[in-house]
Write a protein that binds this ligand. Structure first.
Ligand SMILES: Nc1ncnc2c1ncn2[C@@H]1O[C@H](COP(=O)(O)OP(=O)(O)OP(=O)(O)O)[C@@H](O)[C@H]1O
Ligand SMILES: [Mg+2]
Length: 163
């Protein structure tokens, strides 16, 4: 028996990557499921791979400029097939600082990635995609958990990673 796709809602998806290149490739593939206005929170510890994935997203969008960690910049803007907004909440101390960044306005211009985007819970309202990174068993293994906050993500993304 097959359960109709409309009868179930998948809320998360787990992937393991075994190299930085693979994580970047996941970012590049993700672009095919992204639309203008989308917000993606990149969460997980220092060195877990958030910026590596962001660089892959930039490649997927045809951005030639080098994407750097936005820790000091706060808001990187890159022009590609869609504009890429790259934020980082790591250095912010309170939600008011994050609110001042004008994320919602910026988000309308393209695709928005926010490193440490879970730092101020509730600040970013659904719908959003969260990609959570954890170190895996081997030194170059990373466990990526995609959490779909809002109901339409599931229908867009899982097909991207089919063999
Ligand atoms: N499977 C993997 N995926 C991503 N990065 C990996 C992987 N294996 C090893 N690495 C290495 O881990 C590091 C990840 O660094 P990155 O700058 O992406 O982390 P980050 O999560 O953005 O950290 P920060 O919180 O400091 O911004 C890089 O040096 C990368 O080469
Ligand atoms: Mg980073």
């Amino acid at each position: 028996m097959v359960v109709p796709a409309t009868a179930v809602e998948v809320r998360s998806l787990d992937l393991v990557t075994r190299s930085a290149a693979a994580t970047a490739d996941v970012g590049a593939a993700l672009v095919h499921g992204l639309r203008r206005g989308d917000i993606v929170l990149l969460t997980g510890g220092i060195g877990s791979g958030k910026t590596v994935l962001a660089k892959g997203v930039a490649r997927g969008l045809g951005i030639e400029e080098t994407v750097v960690s936005p820790s000091f910049l706060l808001h990187g803007i890159y022009r590609g097939r869609l504009t890429l907004n790259h934020f980082d909440f790591y250095r912010l101390n309170d939600p008011a600082e994050a609110a001042e960044l004008g994320i919602e306005e910026a988000a309308e211009s393209g695709v928005t990635l926010i490193e440490w985007g879970d730092r101020f819970p509730g600040l970013i309202e659904p719908p959003f995609l969260e990609i959570h990174f954890e170190l895996g068993d081997g030194p170059d293994d990373r466990d990526l958990t995609f959490r779909f906050a809002g109901d339409e993500w599931w229908h867009r993304l899982p097909r991207l990673f089919a063999a």
